[in-house]
Design a binder for this molecule. Structure first.
Ligand SMILES: [Cu+2]
Length: 287
């Protein structure tokens, strides 16, 4: 069969478009799979967004992040449009005799005032978020997290004064995030987290809760979270603290009230004779 040049061109174009469509579908599938298979409370392959929020603070952080992304996208496109207009309309060929205008009061006031208004518009929700993070509501329980080279110790001063060490467990999943003894908290309760360092500066961070706070020797820092979902949530030490910095994960198990009460009873017995406990040290010092 003879085909004309025009037909061939069209066929080629059809095939190219088909290929492109296929690639796009594959790309979209890859991206949506990446998020569809993403488990709550931990990073996922091909993830490019923030982890799914599991606390009110993280919900505010995600909202603020997305809002800023819109603003910055609009500004960037606007500047790009201006640049394109300048290149096309005012190059030497298209505009051989340039205007000698030096001032335009209206434009100068506008390009000063509009950015100021945009910044003020950003500042309002930004400060609201900052206060939400720093103004700790009345806590239902307090946990003291002590960063050590290279593991975490969690103390529960309100629930029978026990403390235990939490070390990365090689055989546990997810890799590099699983630990031997998890921090356990009740769901929908305000947890005050106090952090300190026993040797060098560490940082206690759990992305799904929107928590990241330094653990500094000789200081007691404070933050809070209210986990709104039951499950496992992981974080990592987020301050370079030495050779095993990457191997001191934070694993938080969020359970319901009954499960938490049962865990506290078991933990009190299990960790009663923990020689590493700062409560044991305090008892020894008092004697
Ligand atoms: Cu550390």
């Amino acid at each position: 069969m003879k085909v004309s040049k025009g037909q061939m061109g069209r066929r080629l174009l059809d095939r190219l478009l088909g290929r492109l469509l296929g690639l796009t579908v594959a790309g979209v599938a890859l991206v949506t799979c990446g998020t569809a298979f993403a488990e709550l409370g931990q990073p996922a392959p091909w993830e490019y967004t923030l982890q799914e929020a599991a606390s009110p603070v993280m919900e505010s952080i995600s909202w603020f992040h997305n809002m800023l992304l819109w603003i910055i996208t609009i500004i960037t496109l606007f500047v790009l449009a201006l640049l394109v207009a300048v290149v096309v309309k005012f190059n030497a060929k298209a505009n051989p005799v340039p205007s000698r205008t030096t001032h335009n009061t209206l434009i100068e006031v506008a390009w000063t005032l509009i950015p100021v208004l945009i910044l003020v518009g950003i500042a309002v929700p930004s400060f609201r978020l900052l206060f939400e993070q720093l103004d700790i509501p009345k806590a239902d329980l307090t946990i003291k997290a002590t960063g050590k080279q290279w593991y975490w110790s969690y103390a529960y001063p309100d629930n029978g004064k026990f403390e235990f060490d939490s070390l990365m467990a090689q055989d546990k999943k997810p890799r590099l995030l699983g630990v031997d003894n998890e921090m356990v908290v009740p769901v929908n309760k305000v947890v005050r987290v106090q952090t300190t360092g026993a040797d060098v500066i560490h940082s206690f961070a759990v992305p799904a809760f929107g928590v990241k706070i330094d653990a500094i020797p000789g200081r007691l820092n404070e933050t809070w979270f209210k986990a709104t979902k039951v499950g496992m949530f992981y974080g990592q030490c987020s301050e370079l603290c030495g050779k095993d910095h990457a191997f001191m994960p934070i694993a938080v198990r969020v359970v319901n009230d009954q499960e938490f009460a049962a865990w506290v009873e078991a933990a009190k017995k299990k960790y009663a004779a923990n020689p590493a406990s700062s409560f044991a040290e305090a008892d020894a010092a008092a004697r």
